[in-house]
Design a protein around this ligand. Structure first.
Ligand SMILES: C[S@@+](CC[C@H](N)C(=O)[O-])C[C@H]1O[C@@H](n2cnc3c(N)ncnc32)[C@H](O)[C@@H]1O
Length: 403
């Protein structure tokens, strides 16, 4: 209410209303048919649909496209995501994703790109992203947790003070800790106990309904409720029965598929080798097709897919002329020693790929941006994968811009 009074322009008033609407949604979305608890500083009481309509009328003007899009995404999120029963008043950026951090920086580009694709937020140097959604985090290779931020403060003492004043419903909680950077001079267990003591709710370590995470960053301390976690469903594929020295690691292959899906539902890998990319795509429910011109490799990919009970949609075919189309192409083109025999094939492989799928991810041993452009691709993004031994691979994500 105060924000609304203080707002001087129609846009500022609309934002104040929008924030109130969000607070209201978050307070009640688990129980849409009940009268509201006081939300937006006791502004309105009523049923969800009535209050939303009232707020729309109050704004008196049609929302601009950006707000309409946010609303649509939020509606999809509420429908798709199993939500906790808590009544949380959200801070300005309620959803946060936390990415894994590697000791060496070899895959940071890929981690950031996967996080942005799956959550809508790009991680900072500590691997933390303010995001739009956490609903896809279960499929991630390198994004590990999605949270709703409950409280935040510049020091741990301020955070504890703030927690004393919270008016949320967090009975049956458990607190874990994550120290992201800097030296926080307190044992994790001790910090978790202090947070638990500061919260005016009942703890339940053995069977928590609310899993809270204390996150210590270089300049901030915050407490979030865990809403989503990566399932690591790529991990069983580490044990695939057939592989060769050029096979991609399952986790990297998973991240590559996540660069295009969602939205892609069908995927092709025209140089599929032992099928690492096809396995990840199949595990995520995509319809995945593979080809390799070496019959031994095509059979390996088939057997690997069958081993995990995925449909073995693999043929022995030449990527320069293969005709299978899909929403997206993800492949690891021949390079290094293989490239010596196949280097002259690359332009034809790319040109045919551009005919088969509008969106593509190509892994190569060098930057092939100019060849991609010559094949009709645009919007080319290059991510570097530096292996500990210094060998660098280049991941190119590109869209077909010429037909
Ligand atoms: C880098 S490997 C792919 C490895 C694969 N991603 C894996 O994880 O096992 C490249 C593959 O491309 C295949 N290849 C080379 N030229 C090809 C062509 N013109 N058409 C189809 N496959 C080709 C090779 O037989 C090889 O299996």
């Amino acid at each position: 209410m105060h924000d609304f009074d203080a707002a001087c322009t129609p846009q500022a008033k609309r934002l104040a209303i929008d924030r109130t609407t969000h607070a209201f949604h978050y307070s009640l979305y688990a129980q849409p048919d009940l009268p509201t608890r006081p939300a937006g500083v006791n502004l309105i009481e009523g049923k969800l649909t009535d209050v939303v309509q009232f707020l729309d009328e109050l704004s008196g003007i049609e929302n601009p496209p950006a707000i309409q899009q946010t609303d649509a995404e939020r509606r999809a999120h509420f429908t798709a995501f199993p939500h906790p029963a808590s009544c949380l008043l959200p801070p300005a950026f309620p959803l946060v994703a936390i990415c894994v951090r590697t000791r060496i920086n070899e895959i940071n580009d890929l981690i950031a790109a996967e996080c942005e694709q799956l959550t809508g937020g790009r991680p900072d140097a500590e691997g933390v992203a303010m995001c739009r959604t956490v609903e896809h985090i279960h499929r991630a290779a390198y994004v590990r947790t999605g949270l709703r931020r409950i409280a935040q403060a510049p020091t741990f003492a301020d955070l504890l003070d703030g927690l004393h004043q919270t008016a949320l419903d967090l009975d049956d909680f458990r607190v874990d800790t994550l120290y992201l950077s800097g030296r926080f001079p307190m044992a994790r267990q001790e910090a978790a106990v202090l947070v638990a003591d500061a919260l005016p709710y009942r703890a339940n370590v053995a069977a928590p309904r609310h899993r809270l995470l204390l996150v210590a960053q270089r300049r901030t301390f915050w407490l979030g409720e865990i809403l989503a976690e990566a399932s690591q469903s790529y991990a069983p594929h580490l044990g695939k029965p057939h592989h060769v020295s050029s096979s991609l690691e399952a986790r990297i292959a998973r991240a590559l598929v996540n660069l295009v899906a969602p939205p892609a539902r069908t995927l092709i890998d025209p140089c599929c080798g032992a099928g690492s990319i096809l396995l990840e795509a199949a595990a995520l429910g995509l319809t995945a097709y593979g080809a390799d011109r070496n019959p031994k490799m095509a059979h390996m990919a088939q057997r690997n897919l069958l081993y995990f009970a995925y449909p073995p949609r693999v043929v022995c075919a030449d990527a320069r002329v293969w005709a299978q189309t899909a929403d997206a192409l993800v492949t690891d083109v021949p390079y290094g020693r293989q490239l010596e025999s196949a280097e002259e094939d690359l332009p034809a492989i790319l040109a045919n790929g551009a005919r088969l799928a509008p969106l593509a991810v190509y892994v190569a041993g060098s930057d092939i941006t100019s060849q991609l452009a010559a094949a009709g691709y645009g919007d080319i993004e290059v991510l570097r994968l530096v292996k500990p031994n210094g060998f660098t691979r280049y991941v190119h994500r590109a869209r077909v811009t010429e037909t």
